[in-house]
Design a protein around this ligand. Structure first.
Ligand SMILES: Nc1ncnc2c1ncn2[C@@H]1O[C@H](COP(=O)(O)OP(=O)(O)OP(=O)(O)O)[C@@H](O)[C@H]1O
Length: 237
């Protein structure tokens, strides 16, 4: 259970060069579950996640967490589609956020080694991150994000361009994290993944939330024609 929630967005938007990328959005998310953000290319999925995480500047409106903004900031992490790694070992990459949070070098390495083992990288501790495969790199990104035990984890298409096996392994890690109480908000283009992981769906179109419903309701028959067309694999604009 997380004390960041409910989070309320009121008129929240992101602008870039005079264009509104996402919003204005009114949205309330509750403490439990896995929110999957769906929508066609350019719908604003990445912008929404970045706005909520505070790495895209709020150009209007507000985002109110159930805790202070500072507490919300330190309680969340973000996994990017193309994770940025230090050109150092797997262990050093995972230990880095722990060192930043003040843990001693020795303690950080012990905790990081366990986190690496938890995502299946236990036998690659000394391998330089640039030498990892795409799937291994994404597991490293997850270990690095989860090692500080965030209450909320954003993921932007975490399995894009990964094969079925790597995707399954990543989903197992995400399920475990969710089971341990980490709130997940993620975008994906993989409808199978959305069905497997989502407890609720945010369907975005043209920078706005077009549908917000339980996964059961959404996949059972979306309530808007455009969401249903998207589910059917049609081109939606
Ligand atoms: N830095 C930027 N400057 C200008 N426009 C941008 C910028 N980043 C995104 N956009 C535009 O904002 C809109 C929303 O982009 P966003 O990446 O949030 O969509 P998305 O749903 O994540 O798309 P995709 O599925 O293709 O990743 C798009 O039209 C995109 O071209």
């Amino acid at each position: 259970m997380s004390n960041l929630f409910p989070v309320k967005l009121e008129g929240a938007l992101v602008r870039r060069a005079g264009t509104t990328l996402v919003g204005p959005l009114n949205l309330e998310l509750q403490a439990n579950g896995v929110t999957v953000v769906l929508g066609p290319n350019g719908a604003g999925k990445t912008s929404l996640l970045r706005m909520m995480h505070g790495i895209a500047r709020l150009g209007g409106g507000r985002i109110d967490w159930a805790c202070s903004p500072e507490e919300a900031r330190v309680s969340q992490a973000f996994v990017f589609q193309q994770p940025i790694m230090m050109r150092r070992s797997v262990l050093d990459n995972i230990a880095y956020p722990l060192r930043l949070s003040g843990l001693s070098r020795v303690k950080a390495k012990v905790v990081a080694a366990q986190a690496a083992a938890d995502v299946g990288l236990g036998d690659m501790l000394d391998r330089p991150a640039p030498f990892l495969s795409g799937g291994e790199r994404q597991k490293l990104a997850l270990a690095r994000a989860l090692v500080t035990k965030p209450k909320l984890l954003f993921l932007d298409e975490p399995c894009a361009s990964l094969d079925g096996r790597a995707t399954r392994e990543i989903e197992e890690i995400l399920n475990r994290a969710a089971g341990h109480g980490t709130r997940l908000i993620m975008s994906t283009h993989d409808m199978g993944q959305a069905r497997r992981l989502a407890t609720e769906v945010l369907f975005l179109l043209n920078g706005n939330v077009y549908e917000h419903s339980s996964a059961e309701a959404f996949f059972g028959g979306a309530s808007t024609a455009k969401a249903q067309a998207f589910l059917n694999g049609d081109i939606v604009e």
